[in-house]
Every structure is written in structure tokens, then in C-alpha cells.
Write a protein that binds this ligand. Structure first.
Ligand SMILES: Cc1cc2nc3c(=O)[nH]c(=O)nc-3n(C[C@H](O)[C@H](O)[C@H](O)COP(=O)(O)OP(=O)(O)OC[C@H]3O[C@@H](n4cnc5c(N)ncnc54)[C@H](O)[C@@H]3O)c2cc1C
Length: 475
């Protein structure tokens, strides 16, 4: 059977899945998007009240825009920043409408395999079509199902804290709409926000606005990091101003006392006391400590749901659970800068031919995924599936820099950090943050810094940190 006569199955009608469909169509193949929810952007609808940090220019895939333009759609202002809800209504919904009849809603994929054989069999495997439970055989599969439905727990060691599951009715994941539909359950109460990423910052900023309006609202911020400053990110050095501003606003909230920071705090258990309040217990700087709250907001990131892929031959990074080929590019143990070299089908390949994981799920547990990265991934994957290897290998994306380059390395990985801001062995330079060490003779801390300076900018944002980073590299 020729797989070319079968559609390319795309799991998920989020921004990356729908962009993948546009690229597959543009390559003359037939996409079939299978979406578990009833509408496009099902995961993003859960945080529709949140303003994003990337402007429209980084949210719209160029092939999707080309498809939409044939239907009279006009691109929203490139420099405006949408909310999640606007992203859905002004972009994803019209995009899904323009992809009818290639999108099926209420179609949850529960398993992916090869027709007539399990994971063990090798002979003839590559020529067999895929079978998706829910749908018929498909010629290729792009899993763009995201990670939204599998958030990390509050428990510091990766497992749910003792009692966390039992207290689930008082624990929210992500960013609850505390100024809107969830206001009544947070107003005048004490909430502990757990986590140190952009979602935690967004939740804190909204809770602080509620605190201004409703006295008695109290906010704890709990994180595993040693120092709260590490959660503020690149601030004004971030090329994405709105993302940098999240950190700056977080800093203001902490300095003004609107938020009580408890760090490092490693949660071990959550229980209810006699008054039905939550007792959050953990290790605070070496001492067992407990604090009381009415609600907990867990914003500790996400992990991929790999269960549906049990029969696929996957190459995954052992600890990130990302696609193996991008592990070194995105590993937060090696990079703080969140600036990820664009990558495509080659890096995203698995032992399973014509099978790809793209979008948020391709990063596994690693943070800092940007939609623009996913758009580049699916452009390259569609080219690869169409046999256009040259286009698949080409990089067509410039990603914004976070402006942070301050990873404190674990013992034994000193060379990788110094690759960012000094000479590095060639084999690690490419995996290092900001593209590796600067060319010889150029006064810059890394490749990206050198490029930015050559273009007349102040640098990539690492440069001001030359001294501290050097100190870290030597410590
Ligand atoms: C609060 C917040 C703010 C963010 N802001 C930004 C920003 O400003 N800029 C940026 O670039 N990124 C931002 N991100 C990251 C952003 O979510 C991702 O970039 C983007 O949504 C990932 O797109 P995706 O298509 O990979 O996954 P998703 O958007 O999660 O879409 C996955 C889709 O797959 C469906 N699905 C899941 N499982 C199955 C299944 N088994 N079968 C069928 N369908 C399934 C889901 O219902 C969903 O519709 C933000 C994330 C959050 C949480």
C-alpha cells in the first residue's frame, strides 16, 4: 500500500496542529486533524483570559496566513499582543474553518500504531500505514496534542505531594480566572501559588490585582528555586517586551510586599486542618515548615502524555521526555536563556518513519516553548513528508531572545556554560545557549550577542551579564 495515498494524521487542533495542516496541504498532501475537544484551540480556551507575551507576528504561521488570505482574512496588527481568547477567535477559528473538511472535532486519539504489527516487529515496518484508534489508517502522523492536560504536580519531587490528589477540589492548575469567573473563590482568601515560570507570574499578577480590590486577599509564592530573582527572567533585556514585563511586575509585587515569597520551598504534603484550610508542608531551606492557605494554584509546568504512543518506536530524551534530537537544545540544566535554535524534521525524527511529535509536546517537560518554534517545526516536517529534503533542512525562522543567560551549571557541566560566554569545545558549542561561543577576535559573549552587535544593537542580552556569568562558569 502506498502511504502517499493516505492522509497525514495530525493529533490536535491547537496552533501547531492547524499550522501543520496548512503546510501539509500546501505540499499537495491531505491532512486529517483529529481534535479531542469540540472546537479549535481547545487547550488555549482554558486560559482565554490571559494576555500572551508574544505579539501577533510570533503567533501566526505564515502558511496558515496564506491559506486564510485566500478567504479574505486580514492579519491582526503585527505588534499587538492578543489574549488567548483573541488568538482563538481571530486566528484559530477562521483557520479551522478554512481547513474544513480536514478537521474532525470530538475525536480523541487513544492510540497510535502500525497496521498489523506491534512495536517489536521490524520486517516491513516502514512501509506499513499507521492506524489511529478513533480513525482509519493514515500515511503519516504528526502528534501536536500539546501537554495542557498533563500538568506537573505541586509535589517537589515530581510525584504528587502526599494528599495532593485528595485536595484536588481546592487546587487549580494553570492560571485561574481570578478577576472573572473564579473571583468569588479567591477574593478575601489566602492562595499559595506554586511554580516560578511565566504562568506562575501571570497568576500572581492577577491575584495581586484582586488583592487591591478585595482586602484580606493574601498571596504566598512558593518555589523550589533558591532565589526568587531567578524567576524574574530577562526583564527589559527580553526581546519579547511583554514576557520581560511579567518578570518586572513580579519583582515589583515581591518588593512591595503584595506577595509573600517562601523559597526555596519543596512541598511534600497537602492536608486539611480542622477548619478545612489547606496545610502545605515542605522543606524550607532545610527545615520542615508548614503554611496555611485556602487554595493552591499549581503552575509548575507540564509533561507529555505518552500513553497513546506506547506502540510507537520513539526516541525521547531520558529526562525531558522531549524528542531526543532536541534535548540538548532545550535542556534547562544547560540553558537558562530559553533561546532555542530553530529546528525541524531532522532533529524531530524518531526510529518510527513518517511519525513526528511537534509543538508543545515535542519539548516534553522542558519550558519556554514558543508557538513560532512549532510553526517552523511543522513547515519542515511537511517538506520532509513531501520529499523536499532541502526545504526540510532549511531554517526559516528567527526566534526572539529571552535575554537571560545565567544558568548555574550542575557540577561537571562547566564546559557547556563556558561555551556560552567563552571558548568551548566544538562539540558542545552548538548545544550551548545563544548559539555557542563568539567568533575569535570579536568582543561578545556568544554567537547571538556578536550578531546583534554587528547589526548595531546593544547585544543579545547576555552581554551585560558577562562578569557574573564568567564567575559562575569558574565557580
Ligand atoms: C498561559 C499560557 C500563555 C502562553 N503564552 C504564549 C505566548 O505568548 N507565546 C507563545 O508562543 N506561546 C505561549 N504559550 C505556549 C503555548 O501554549 C503554546 O505555544 C501553544 O499553545 C502550543 O500549541 P500546540 O498546538 O503545541 O498545543 P496546544 O495548544 O496545547 O494544542 C493541543 C491540542 O491537541 C488536543 N488534544 C490533546 N490530546 C489529544 C488527543 N489524544 N486526541 C486529539 N486531540 C488531542 C487538545 O485538545 C488541543 O486542542 C503559552 C502557554 C500558556 C499555558
Amino acid at each position: 500500500m502506498s502511504f502517499a495515498s493516505l492522509p497525514v494524521a495530525i493529533i490536535g487542533a491547537g496552533p501547531v496542529g492547524l499550522a501543520a495542516a496548512a503546510h501539509v496541504l500546501a505540499r499537495g498532501a491531505t491532512p486529517l486533524v483529529l481534535e479531542a475537544g469540540p472546537k479549535a484551540g481547545h487547550a488555549i480556551r482554558q486560559w482565554s483570559h490571559v494576555r500572551m507575551f508574544t505579539p501577533w507576528r510570533y503567533c501566526v504561521d505564515h502558511q496558515a496566513a496564506a491559506l486564510l488570505a485566500t478567504r479574505g482574512w486580514s492579519h491582526p496588527p503585527a505588534d499587538e499582543i492578543p489574549t488567548g481568547g483573541e488568538l482563538v477567535s481571530r486566528y484559530l477559528e477562521p483557520l479551522a474553518a478554512s481547513l474544513v473538511p480536514h478537521v474532525r472535532f470530538n475525536a480523541r486519539v487513544t492510540g497510535v500504531t502500525r497496521k498489523g504489527c506491534d512495536k517489536v516487529r521490524t520486517a516491513g515496518r516502514d512501509s506499513l500505514p499507521f492506524v489511529l484508534r478513533v480513525a482509519a489508517a493514515e500515511g503519516a502522523v504528526i502528534d501536536a496534542s500539546g501537554t495542557w492536560s498533563t500538568p506537573n504536580p505541586a509535589g517537589a519531587d515530581g510525584l504528587p505531594a502526599i494528599g495532593e490528589i485528595e485536595a484536588a477540589d481546592r487546587i487549580a492548575t494553570g492560571i485561574p480566572d481570578v478577576l472573572g469567573s473564579d473571583r468569588a473563590i479567591y477574593a478575601g482568601r489566602t492562595t499559595a501559588v506554586v511554580g516560578s515560570g511565566h504562568s506562575a507570574l501571570s497568576a500572581l499578577i492577577e491575584l495581586a490585582a484582586l488583592r487591591e480590590a478585595v482586602p484580606g486577599t493574601r498571596i504566598f509564592w512558593l518555589m523550589r528555586k533558591e532565589r526568587v530573582e531567578a524567576a524574574f527572567g530577562g526583564e527589559e533585556a527580553d526581546v519579547l517586551a511583554a514576557r520581560g514585563a511579567l518578570g518586572s511586575r513580579g519583582r515589583t509585587l515581591v518588593e512591595s510586599g503584595a506577595v509573600d515569597v517562601v523559597t526555596p520551598f519543596r512541598i511534600s504534603s497537602i492536608s486539611r486542618d480542622a477548619d478545612d484550610r489547606l496545610r502545605i508542608e515542605g522543606d524550607h531551606a532545610g527545615k520542615t515548615t508548614a503554611l496555611m492557605a485556602d487554595r493552591v494554584v499549581v503552575a509548575t509546568g507540564f509533561r507529555p502524555d505518552l500513553a497513546i504512543l506506547r506502540e510507537m518506536r520513539l526516541a525521547l530524551d531520558p529526562w525531558l521526555e522531549s524528542v531526543a534530537g532536541i534535548g540538548t537544545l532545550i535542556d534547562p540544566n544547560l540553558h537558562s536563556c530559553g533561546t532555542v535554535r530553530p529546528h525541524g524534521a531532522i532533529e524531530l525524527a524518531h526510529p518510527e518513519t513518517r511519525f513526528f511529535i511537534a509543538g508543545m509536546k515535542s519539548y516534553g517537560r522542558a519550558p519556554t516553548f514558543l508557538m513560532a518554534t512549532g510553526h517552523e517545526q511543522v513547515r519542515s516536517i511537511a517538506a520532509m513528508l513531501a520529499g523536499d529534503i532541502e526545504a526540510a533542512k532549511r531554517v526559516e525562522l528567527d526566534l526572539p531572545e529571552t535575554g537571560v543567560c545565567s544558568t548555574r551549571p550542575a557540577p561537571g557541566i562547566k564546559a557547556i556554560v563556558s561555551a556560552c560566554c567563552g571558548p568551548a569545545p566544538a562539540k558542545v558549542a552548538d548545544a550551548a545557549c545563544c548559539g555557542g561561543s563568539a567568533p575569535v577576535g570579536i568582543e561578545a559573549c556568544c554567537v547571538e550577542d556578536a550578531k546583534a552587535k554587528a547589526a548595531g544593537a546593544v547585544g543579545c542580552g547576555c552581554a551585560p551579564a558577562t562578569a557574573p556569568v564568567a564567575a559562575i562558569a569558574e565557580s
